[in-house]
Design a binder for this molecule. Structure first.
Ligand SMILES: [Zn+2]
Length: 83
């Protein structure tokens, strides 16, 4: 995992001396990954539905976030060898 958010918050704090709080809003708290919001408005809906898309690569430095173990593609449906 890169240090981009931490560095960006630090630089922002330097740019605005005396500020009370600096925060990066589009960051998932558990993983520390950056996400983008996507909004969908259906016909007749008063409000759009908004959901997050978690980025695979850091949008600031372009490096891939730490690799997670690959999920088994067809584990449950894989035919057994002794059948
Ligand atoms: Zn980065």
């Amino acid at each position: 995992m890169c240090n981009c958010i931490k560095e960006m918050l630090s630089k922002t704090r330097e740019k605005f001396p005396g500020c009370e709080k600096v925060s990066f809003d589009n960051m998932e708290l558990l993983s520390g990954k950056i996400f983008s919001d996507v909004s969908v408005t259906m016909p007749g809906a008063k409000k759009p539905r908004t959901f997050h898309i978690l980025h695979t690569f850091c949008p600031i430095c372009g490096k891939r976030y730490e690799e997670l173990p690959a999920a088994p593609a067809e584990d449950a449906n894989e035919p057994k060898k002794d059948m």
